[in-house]
Ligand binder design. Sequence first.
Ligand code: HEM
Length: 176
Amino acid sequence: MSSAAMQGSTTAAQPWRLGGRTRKAVLVLHIASVGSWLGIDVVMAVLTFTALGTDSESTKILCFRVLELVTVWPMTVSGMTCLVTGVLLAVGGKYGLTKYWWVVVKLFLNLLLSSLVLLSLRPGVAEIADRAEAGDVGIPLGDMIYPPIVSPTLLMFAIVLSVFKPWGLLRKKNRR
Ligand code: HEM
């Protein structure tokens, strides 16, 4: 193959990029989804620790029933919006999906937290809500105290990663 043809094959394939305004719109959506996700975490913490701390049966029942309503699906929607907009920003921007450690770690955290909501939190809060509806307030909250601690901590870590963008490239480039 001639050198001109080789050059053509490396430069012809321009990577797909988000346009300036579109990128900003997607970034706004990304940050908004992070804000709502963190907000739902705060609500989850307030409900869980109120249920743990109160002696009032009616307050406990209310907390357990609202917990199911406000956590699972709103959190899943926020997590998925964050994931989709994050992947768009990464693939359609200068950072790429697998170029930088901070992006790869955020991708992992987003997938981990979203999976935990559906696989672990959903059955937990559903059971608690069902029992509360049946008037059973002697529910051991047990593992339920972990989601409102783990989720906001990992989200805050992801926010710090997004702002400071540490650790550089995944693979050092071999420049010739
Ligand atoms: C784990 C949940 C996530 C949180 C809390 C989060 C948070 C943020 C925040 C606050 C920003 C704005 C930073 C700034 O403008 O200085 C940002 C930007 C960004 N995020 Fe995320 N993010 C998350 C998930 C993801 C995922 C899954 C990806 C892609 C795989 C991603 C890729 C990006 C990229 C590429 C930017 C920079 C956009 C740009 O300025 O061009 N994020 N993220």
